[in-house]
Design a protein around this ligand. Structure first.
Ligand code: PLP
Length: 386
């Protein structure tokens, strides 16, 4: 896999990175879906070779892991059936009694995983503000083993300085794991900052069409840590089906061009929102007014397709606005070609710590003028009706 780490242009690699395979003459350009769960081992009557049984490995999964590994410039990738299965695998590498630091503004599913399972696993978890690396250092204890990072965080778009976190982690021998679902490898490659593991919900931008579920862990180096992740993958069995792996490889071929447009549209919409009456605050790291802008500019190539904003009012106003649109549909999740938004607190439920007037917008690939018009009329209508 390692020779695939070196690509000159992501647009070319995204297309060919899952199609390289030694095949007989007149082989198809696009690989087929290999549905067989079992492989023949006639020669010696015992299991030999790389392919034995589909939970362990499958040609479509190999193609997927190759392209994901290359996109993140890693040494090895493991694909999972969902983003949360990939996240689960990383936490399962820890030992009973280990202490983990997570951002206080973290993807709600990760928080829920910790709330419901960390105690039973014997993990000690602590949620802290990761925009402040000094706080992070003070929170480290003798049993701290891992720092979990999201930058931008979900949903408040807080930025964490990866260089500073890695520097701290090195002095204390901690694993740094970054959930890179939001920025995507088009905009940010955490492994090149010395981060140990990158995690993805491939359900989002890599899948890109809101029609498949998947996850991945990519390691900077092969070795004991990634062996543990791999062991969770094949022993606990949260693997993607050959069809899902094939679908995702197909989506990844157009991923860089989709990201260009997501980035461009979101930047435009973020500027537009900041001038719109009825909007109290826009959280987007591409805006010079964002507190994490300087760090984001340094570590990211572009700022991504996600925007959160506070409306000048309460929960009723926010929910009214999200249900007033013609193009942007009210739905959870993100990263698809279609624009969607949601009142995030309602999606997260009663335990949510997200502000009640926050709307989370996943900017899609519609024409940006149509999106701005739709947002403007939804906000206006929301403000005038009661
Ligand atoms: C959606 C999401 C996940 C979970 O992924 P699933 O594929 O839904 O399991 C994890 N992290 C982030 C940042 C996400 O947005």
């Amino acid at each position: 896999m390692s020779q695939q780490n070196e690509y000159k242009h992501i647009e070319t690699f995204a297309i060919h990175g899952s199609m390289k395979e030694s095949q007989p003459e007149n082989s198809p350009i696009v690989p087929g879906i290999e549905m067989s769960t079992i492989y023949e081992h006639r020669k010696n009557g015992h299991l030999e070779g790389d392919l034995k049984y589909t939970r362990l490995q499958n040609p479509n999964r190999i193609q997927l892991e190759n392209v994901l590994c290359g996109l993140e410039k890693g040494a090895e990738a493991a694909a999972f059936s969902s983003g949360i299965a990939a996240i689960n695998a990383v936490f399962q590498t820890l030992e009973h009694g280990d202490h983990v630091l997570l951002p206080s503004d973290v993807y709600f599913g990760t928080r829920k995983l910790m709330w419901e399972f960390a105690n039973r696993w014997g993990l000690e978890v602590e949620f802290i503000d990761m925009t402040d690396v000094n706080r992070l250092e003070q929170a480290c204890k003798p049993n701290t083993k891992m720092i979990w990072v999201e930058t931008p965080s979900n949903p408040q778009m807080l930025i964490t300085d990866l260089e500073a976190v890695v520097e701290l982690a090195k002095t204390k021998n901690l694993v740094v794991a970054v959930d890179n679902t939001w920025p995507t490898p088009f905009n940010l490659n955490p492994l090149s900052f010395g981060v140990d593991l990158v995690i993805h919900s491939t359900t989002k931008y890599l899948g890109g069409h809101s029609d498949l579920l998947g996850g991945a862990v990519i390691a900077r180096e092969s070795g004991a840590l990634m062996d543990r992740v791999r062991s969770v993958q094949v022993v606990q069995g949260g693997v993607p089906s050959p069809f899902d792996a094939w679908m995702l490889c197909r989506s990844i071929r157009s991923f860089p061009y989709r990201m260009r447009a997501h980035n461009e549209n979101a930047l435009d919409v973020a500027h537009f929102l900041s001038t719109l009456p009825g909007i109290e605050q826009v959280y987007f790291p591409g805006l010079a007014s964002h507190p994490g802008h300087a760090i984001a500019k340094r570590q990211m190539r572009h700022f991504g397709g996600m925007i959160s904003f506070l409306v000048d009012g309460d929960q009723q106003l926010a929910t009214r606005i999200v249900s007033n649109t013609k193009i942007i549909q009210a739905a959870t999740s993100l990263g698809g070609i279609e624009s969607i938004w949601e009142h995030r607190k309602s999606s997260e439920g009663p335990l949510s710590e997200t502000p009640e007037n926050l709307i989370r917008l996943s900017v899609g690939l519609e024409h940006v003028e149509d999106l701005k018009e739709d947002i403007e009329q939804a906000v206006k209508q929301g403000l005038t009706t009661k």
